[in-house]
Design a protein around this ligand. Structure first.
Ligand code: NDP
Length: 255
């Protein structure tokens, strides 16, 4: 019996990278998983197929975040589709994982890229939670994917790092607000993980891979599963007494 049997989870950005590994892991624990995505429907269907091939249950939910009506679209799709897979509506675990990483020093950051980063990484999870509260059952879990960049100063992703600082403050304050309902709220902060997000500068570039690995005390680049396992812990009953925290999952980067 899985630790999440009978639970329903929504993983934003669950189609690729850390989100996909999280969706697969939560499903392995027995949760029905809504795999959210924005544009790449093929990747979402591949993730759903992988979950089902492993004996789990999942369905894909499309909604582009950071645009007008994004959260309303996501929840109405979720509400419609969840009833095809479960006889009750609502959910137990919300993983706010979808995010974008605009690169640029302060001099290179435009108002447009700044606003887009905040729209996707901050505004969308905020209002997803706000409008999801009536769906989230008491005793539930909210897990926000943050970044080690709130602890380590990385000047070439300054606006992105600020979005994740906002996410951590959201986590802290929301944990207090929802505690009376037995809902825990935590952030997970990954370091450099080998996903599409980093493909352009990391993959196939031995020098970049070596220096990225050296940042971690454990001497390698992170894998999506390294982060997914921490999310799964926070989603489980074992983490019932942990709330309002930022859990570092950077493999001890820049200790
Ligand atoms: P990927 O780029 O590999 O995947 C991003 C996922 O988010 C995809 O499922 C994508 O769906 C979805 N997504 C992105 N933008 C939107 C949007 N506007 N609307 C809807 N869906 C969207 O990302 P990672 O797995 O690398 O990152 C996941 C999270 O982890 C992010 O919050 C990121 O900031 C954080 N993180 C990542 C690190 C890393 O090194 N990879 C380090 C620290 C934090 P689709 O393809 O359909 O658009």
């Amino acid at each position: 019996m899985g630790s999440l049997n009978g639970k329903t989870a929504l993983v934003t950005g669950g189609s690729r990278g850390i989100g996909r590994a999280t969706a697969e892991r939560l499903a392995r624990e027995g949760a029905l998983v809504a795999v959210h995505y924005g544009r790449n429907g093929t990747a979402a269907q591949e993730t759903v197929a992988a979950v089902r091939a492993a004996g789990g249950a999942a369905f894909a939910v499309r909604a582009e975040l950071g645009v007008r009506g994004d959260v309303e679209t996501l929840w109405s799709e979720f509400d419609r589709l969840v009833l095809d897979h479960d006889d009750r509506s609502g959910l137990d675990i919300l993983v706010n994982n979808a995010g974008i990483t605009p690169r640029g020093q302060i001099e290179e950051t435009t108002p447009e890229s700044f606003e887009e980063a905040f729209a996707v990484n901050v505004r969308a999870p905020f209002f997803l939670v706000q409008q999801g509260l009536k769906r989230l059952r008491d005793g539930g879990r909210i897990i926000n994917v943050s970044s080690g960049a709130t602890r380590i100063a990385l000047t070439d992703i300054i606006a992105y790092s600020m979005t994740k600082g906002a996410v951590d403050t959201f986590t802290l304050t929301l944990a207090k607000a929802l505690g009376s309902r037995g809902i825990t709220v935590n952030s997970v902060a990954p370091g450099i993980v080998d996903t599409d997000m980093n493909a352009a500068w990391l993959r196939g570039n031995e020098e970049a891979e070596r220096s990225a690995a050296e940042l971690s005390a454990l001497g390698r680049v992170g894998r999506p599963e390294d982060v997914a396992d921490v999310v799964a812990f926070l989603a489980s009953d074992d983490a019932r007494w942990v709330t309002g925290q930022v859990v570092d999952a950077t493999g001890g980067s820049q200790l």
